[in-house]
Design a protein around this ligand. Structure first.
Ligand SMILES: CC(C)(COP(=O)(O)OP(=O)(O)OC[C@H]1O[C@@H](n2cnc3c(N)ncnc32)[C@H](O)[C@@H]1OP(=O)(O)O)[C@@H](O)C(=O)NCCC(=O)NCCS
Length: 183
């Protein structure tokens, strides 16, 4: 249930229209940092774009169950984690995430990701959780590695990042290999 305490200092909340200001401020202050690995920065120019994103995600949640959370650390908005997709027939969920630059290096995203994986296996009864990471993004790759995901292969030219195409590593955690931590 929400808000969801990940630990004493970190809370997840489903992104709602009232969070658009905080979301946009975080994006605006971290544009160069986020643009290195995320494709949507040039399409987020004003608070209204963040509000539209939240609106789209809420519609997607209603239709598919895939929801997106803001992350607050010591009451400050520091990033986003969410289901990119939930495939119910295949029982497979894909997770994506980002943090503002100055919140990195404290284990915040690993803890949030652990909570999401717990949610996927317990509440949503998924059989596998997938995180795809651009090859060459070691900070992001370290998160599924820490949580025991297996690297199952390379998705060639999986994403266009502005002027370049990047390959992704396919990281998968199967229910049998999940260490049983909870949501
Ligand atoms: C990917 C991203 C979320 C990783 O952030 P991060 O801070 O490295 O990840 P975490 O919050 O899990 O923190 C891990 C770091 O905290 C340290 N740490 C401290 N306490 C920790 C704990 N209890 N548990 C785990 N790590 C801990 C780890 O050693 C690691 O630091 P290191 O890289 O210096 O070894 C961030 O770099 C980012 O948003 N980048 C831009 C967008 C992006 O790439 N998104 C992903 C697209 S696939």
């Amino acid at each position: 249930m929400f808000p969801h305490p990940v630990d004493a200092q970190t809370t997840l909340r489903i992104l709602l229209p009232r969070h658009a200001g905080e979301l946009f401020a975080a994006v605006e202050a971290n544009r160069a940092h986020l643009r290195e690995w995320l494709p949507w920065l040039d399409g987020t120019r004003e608070e209204r774009d963040s509000a539209l994103f939240i609106d789209e995600q809420l519609r997607k949640f209603a239709k598919t169950g895939a929801f997106v959370c803001g992350i607050w650390h010591r009451r400050v908005f520091v990033g986003v984690i969410g289901y990119n997709s939930v495939d119910w027939p295949k029982r497979s969920a894909v997770i994506g995430y980002w943090l503002v630059r100055n919140a990195q290096g404290r284990g915040i995203m690993t803890a949030c990701c652990r909570a999401f994986v717990g949610h996927a296996f317990t509440e949503y009864e998924m059989e596998r959780v997938v995180i795809t990471v651009a090859t060459g993004n070691p900070r992001s790759q370290a998160i599924p590695d820490r949580l025991g995901f297996r690297r199952e292969g390379i998705l060639r030219e999986a994403e266009v990042l502005y002027d370049r195409k990047v390959d992704h590593t396919l990281n998968v955690l199967w229910r049998e290999e999940w260490r049983g931590w909870n949501w």
